[in-house]
Design a binder for this molecule. Structure first.
Ligand SMILES: Nc1ncnc2c1ncn2[C@@H]1O[C@H](COP(=O)(O)OP(=O)(O)OP(=O)(O)O)[C@@H](O)[C@H]1O
Length: 614
């Protein structure tokens, strides 16, 4: 199926729409869990959300308190049976959207658990009050009007327009309100029903468009309503998470963990993070308290698996954030080990979701090994940048870069941007280059800090904190900060050194212009970047940016790099599922000119042609 959608309908409905949460007064009456005294005992989500005593006890209520690693008795949770589009067997993939009655009388909080769970929202938890303020801060949905959406695969569940249409459960809905999310972003509109239907998914959507929630919501909801897991026999200290979210950097894993903790607050679903560079013992202790969702970087996870402290045997949900990065040459062996060579259930048994803003075709091909009968979704062009980011490219010789940067920063200051704590992120190629530029900036009166792989984890985290708070409004970074980081108020991204790969450029500039806000990206280009000229010019053109004439001339001359539009094709178009390529689907006709180009990106195709795949 192929769907093209204008976001105008969203904008039109915006005033009337709300998240689907009724009055909270009728809900927060549930009993929780937690045994008293001494070391906290992990209690599974279904017990933590127990309804008041008038309600029937859960079948497992006599079981000892336990985690997922918990020796559960099996047996159903209270939720209604899931609406399973593909009849996945054995593992609950979550319920379908809009189903009546799924959350019945057990919605809401779990008072007994409240005492122990730290409020991740850092306020007094008055969701109603927060809700009243949200119009000021919520996403600008008009920015998403007319964005093309492509889906392909069998029986694609229809998108939703509001959170109210999705049966995520009262407690999660309440958290959505606390996050001030008024309605789903385009990628959320499509992916949440797909994931709730239990389908595997490869999803491509622009930076800053809300992919984190898109995979977190269905996972949390699915765990809440899924069957009670039975603990396999294993070492006493082995834990058995139900969901695994992998990301390529420590900071991104930490961020996903923070987000997931907000979304799962008082749902009874426990989220734990494990990443390298930090003491493993603390992470082990945290895991021992119980874990439903494990957010991890691959290296640290392999360590935990080899120590037999984590087993993947019970995994129902696998999400790879920045999936193309996770499957490129650097990470692929580790990912294969984790996903294919340990004890994780195979595709078709577990549910797998891959997300990124970029998905080169060769990576899509690799990724398909991890998926079963999956749906491909592209919101906007695969690998495109959002129009929210104003992109500028300036010709700057190597020797002039510093003074040029200084000019930009002075101009920013003069315009008052720094006074408002606007943040500037400067990307450089090397760790040494980062240190040296940071030093030079500080010497010249511009408070800066740096993040790169040679700094200790503590230093990295401190740098990020200092940048986020505005204490040091300039962060000089290598690509370690290029992906996923969601830092409010980054107003300007400077590519002091351009990357070699256009996808890296897309992720870097995506640190600004997020969640409907606008941003500025400036790149310093010179002869050393000639191989990027064509893909950069194409990208800018697609994003309706002004392409300097000199860059067009470079692009015409350049033979290197990956062209973004090998099949020609102009205008705006959606993404491309590699399964549509003639080389993949040899039996079919080649509807799509340019599809077999080795450049890694499919060409453009019209709505009519695309609809032939419905
Ligand atoms: N429905 C929503 N309404 C309002 N804000 C939202 C909504 N969904 C997500 N956001 C906010 O949008 C911002 C960007 O979201 P997120 O970090 O998930 O983007 P992303 O698509 O993963 O970006 P990247 O490709 O850079 O990783 C976050 O601050 C998030 O809180």
């Amino acid at each position: 199926m192929t769907t093209r959608t204008s976001w105008a309908d969203l904008a039109a409905n915006s005033a009337a729409e709300n998240v689907g949460v009724g009055s909270s007064s009728d809900s927060n009456k549930a009993a929780g869990s937690a045994s008293g005294g001494g070391r906290p005992v992990y209690v599974p989500p279904h017990l933590r959300n127990r309804p008041p005593s008038a309600d029937p006890p859960a079948p497992t209520s006599t079981a000892p308190a336990l985690s997922n690693d918990r020796p559960g008795q099996g047996g159903p949770r209270w939720a209604a049976p899931k609406n399973d589009y593909n009849n996945r067997s054995g593992y609950g993939g979550g319920g379908g959207g809009g189903r009546p009655g799924g959350w019945g009388g057990r919605s809401g909080g779990w008072d007994r658990g409240r005492d122990r769970e730290v409020n991740p929202f850092g306020n007094d938890d008055d969701a109603e009050q927060v809700f009243g303020e949200q119009e000021n801060t919520a996403i600008n949905f008009d920015a998403y009007e007319d964005i093309p959406v492509e889906t392909s695969g069998d029986n694609v569940p229809p998108p939703v327009n509001t959170f109210a249409e999705i049966d995520l459960g009262e407690a999660l809905n309440l958290n959505i309100r606390r996050c001030k999310y008024v309605k789903p972003t385009p990628v959320q509109r499509y992916t949440i029903p797909i994931s709730l239907a239990g389908r595997d998914l490869m999803a491509c959507a622009q930076t800053g468009s809300g992919k984190t929630a898109a995979f977190c919501f269905p996972i949390i909801s699915g765990i809440m309503r899924g069957p009670v897991p039975q603990k396999p026999v294993r070492g006493a200290r082995t834990v058995f998470p139900l969901a695994l979210i992998l990301s390529p950097t420590r900071e991104l894993s930490m961020q996903i963990h923070e987000e997931a903790r907000k979304f799962s607050y008082q749902t009874g679903v426990k989220v734990v993070v494990a990443y390298g560079g930090a003491p493993i013992n603390q992470q082990l202790r945290e895991l021992e308290r119980g874990v439903d969702i494990l957010v991890a970087t691959p290296g640290r996870l392999v360590d935990l698996l080899e120590r037999a402290r984590v087993s993947l045997q019970m995994i129902r949900y696998l999400a790879l954030d920045e999936a193309d990065r996770m499957l490129d040459m650097g990470f692929e062996p580790q990912i294969r080990k984790i996903v294919q060579q340990m004890d994780m259930p195979p595709p078709g048994v577990r549910q797998t979701m891959l997300f990124s803003a970029t998905f080169p075709r060769e990576i899509q091909r690799l990724a398909s090994d991890f998926l079963a009968n999956y749906i491909f979704l592209a919101v906007g062009r695969v690998g495109s940048s959002t129009d929210l980011i104003v992109q500028r490219v300036e010709f700057v010789q190597e020797s002039d870069k510093r003074s040029h940067l200084m000019d930009l920063l002075h101009a920013q200051r003069a315009n008052g941007a720094q006074g408002k704590q606007a943040l500037t992120l400067v990307f450089v190629e090397t760790k040494k280059g980062a240190d040296s530029l940071e030093h030079w900036l500080c010497m010249n009166g511009f408070p800066a800090t740096t993040i790169h792989g040679d700094r200790s984890q503590q230093e990295r985290e401190q740098a990020l904190r200092s940048f986020k708070s505005g204490a040091t409004p300039i962060l000089v970074a290598t690509d370690v900060a290029a992906r996923g980081l969601d830092i409010p108020h980054v107003a300007h991204v400077v590519n002091f050194d351009l990357p070699n790969d256009i996808d890296d450029y897309v992720h870097r500039i995506g640190r600004t212009g997020r969640a409907g806000k606008t941003g500025l990206a400036t790149a310093f280009f010179n002869d050393n970047n000639a191989s990027l000229a064509k893909s950069l010019a194409d990208l800018m053109q697609e994003a309706n940016q002004e392409v300097p004439a000199w860059l067009t001339r470079y692009a015409a001359r350049s033979f290197g790099g990956r062209s973004r539009r090998p099949g020609g094709g102009g205008g705006r178009f959606g993404g491309r599922d590699f399964r549509r390529d003639s080389s993949f689907n040899r039996a079919g006709s080649d509807y799509y000119g340019g599809g077999s180009n080795a450049g890694g990106y499919g060409g453009g195709y019209s709505a009519n042609v695309a609809s032939a795949w419905d």
